[in-house]
Design a protein around this ligand. Structure first.
Ligand code: UGA
Length: 435
């Protein structure tokens, strides 16, 4: 099959590279010429383990190429994927669909033979209808179907998630379009990956419902962690104790500083807006949005309280600033809420992140960026763990003790056993567990 992938962001680039690895001929298109030139040289604009090898390998054998010219990619494609950004619209929280609609309008005059236009971007219910209308308006005689095919990959494990998904969701009632989609996902189909074939609206809603449910699960366990702290209970045992019930499931029950990233915050907000618009408001998702936003800020208070009520004049070492490990993504990261509050309260921040410092440097002024974990800790009064990168999971506590004069550790990701840190003479605060 021949595929045109419009948008070389996270979803577009990973999906394009993986489809080419499935044996399809993929051309990735992006308006950003400098990005395309870099990709042609084999330079990957995002941090994603394994993507470099995948992109370069498939480019070498000629299955994957890059262009900034839609006319090179669209006319011969069996499927044209729209994988452009749908950020939150400034001011109202709705998904901004201007890039999706612009792509639809630009594709329309280039369609030749029968083509399936697929929305892979996360788009609100009804967007497929509008994409179809826009294409039909510009190209009344074109032979095409519009299908929805949401993507469920996670940053940091994107390739594995794409190649071994729990399911593939396809929204279209056209048999012809379904055949094309089945052929595209043939390797997964053969491995008996479940395929949910449904209509477009349902497929679009599945994406939002999935992300909102996961965000709810995290927010729920975070609230349980707050209760644990008050009653001397242990959140990890609570998560295990409920998660082993197959109806609940043990994944996504890791309590922390609140969810961040490019998806959960914007998608939960957009779902709230859609629900309001259609007259079926969702109180649950609305609460999740509010509770999570509040939690990220409250984490600064937690650190201040652990420090005895003030961080004025304190040196705080922060390990990890990205919203989760194995990514350089800073979008809606809890660190963006927590660090400025600590600075405002008079603390000096030294920080280190294995991949996020370039972007973080722009977003978090006044932070002293360090070379590695131990360099960051040197001279600190308080050590705060904000992101659970693997390299922070095995700190040598005797080295930490030598490097920092303070004896306070606040671990917002629960990556240590309280007694092992306490044994080294530190006061250790974590999430939902007694110090
Ligand atoms: C999320 C979904 O997991 C993907 O399925 C989806 O495709 C993607 O959004 C998207 O819509 O594009 P992602 O944002 O990459 O993926 O990252 P997650 O691993 O889901 O983590 C999101 C946030 O939740 C992070 O801040 C993480 O620290 C937090 N989290 C996750 C917890 O606090 N506890 C958990 O148990 C799991």
């Amino acid at each position: 099959m021949r595929v045109a992938m419009i948008g070389t962001g996270y979803v577009g680039l990973v999906s394009g590279a993986c489809f080419s690895d499935f044996g399809h001929e993929v051309i990735c298109v992006d308006k950003d010429e400098s990005k395309i030139e870099a990709l042609k040289r084999g330079e990957i604009p995002i941090y994603e383990p394994g993507l470099d090898v995948l992109v370069n390998g498939n480019m070498r054998v000629g299955r994957l190429s890059f262009t900034s010219d839609l006319a090179t990619a669209v006319p011969d494609a069996d499927a044209v994927f729209i994988a452009v950004g749908t950020p939150s619209r400034r001011g109202d929280g709705h998904a901004d669909l201007s890039y999706v609609f612009a792509a639809a309008q630009e594709i329309a005059p280039l369609l030749k033979d029968y083509t399936v236009v697929v929305t892979k971007s996360t788009v609100p219910v009804g967007t497929g209808d509008e994409v179809e209308r826009l294409i039909r308006e510009t190209a009344p005689d074109a032979a095409f179907d519009v299908a929805s095919n949401p993507e469920f990959l996670r940053e940091g494990s994107a390739i594995e998630d794409f190649k071994r998904p729990d399911r593939v969701v396809v929204g279209t009632t056209s048999e012809r379009a379904r055949d094309v989609m089945r052929e595209l996902y043939r390797p997964l189909f053969l491995r008996e990956t479940p395929m949910v074939m449904t209509n477009r609206q349902t497929s679009e809603l599945i994406k939002y419902a999935g992300n909102a449910f996961l965000a709810t699960k995290i927010t729920f366990i975070n609230e349980m962690a707050d209760i644990c702290e008050k009653v001397d209970a242990n959140i990890q045992d609570v998560a295990k104790g409920i998660g082993l019930d197959g109806r609940i499931g043990k994944l996504f029950l890791h309590a922390g500083p609140g969810y961040g990233g490019s998806c959960f915050p914007k998608d939960t907000l957009a779902l709230v807006k859609t629900a309001e618009d259609v007259g079926a408001p969702t109180k649950i998702v609305n609460s999740v949005v509010e509770v999570n936003a509040d939690r990220k800020k409250r984490m600064a208070t937690k650190i201040i309280e652990a420090a005895g009520g003030s961080v004025d004049g304190k040196k705080i070492a922060v390990l990890g600033v990205t919203f989760k490990p194995n990514t350089d993504d800073m979008r809606d990261s809890p660190s963006l809420d927590i660090i400025p509050i600590l600075q405002e309260k008079g603390a000096t921040i030294r920080a280190f992140d294995p991949a996020g410092m370039e972007e973080a440097g722009r977003l978090l002024p006044g932070v002293d960026w360090c070379e590695n974990a131990y360099d960051t800790i040197a001279g600190a009064d308080i050590l705060v763990i904000l992101t659970e990168w693997n390299e922070f999971r095995a700190l040598q506590w005797d080295r930490v003790a030598d490097a920092m004069p303070g004896r306070l550790v606040v671990d917002l990701r629960n990556i240590y056993f309280p007694h092992e840190v306490a044994r080294q003479g530190f006061t250790y605060h974590s999430i939902g567990r007694s110090p």
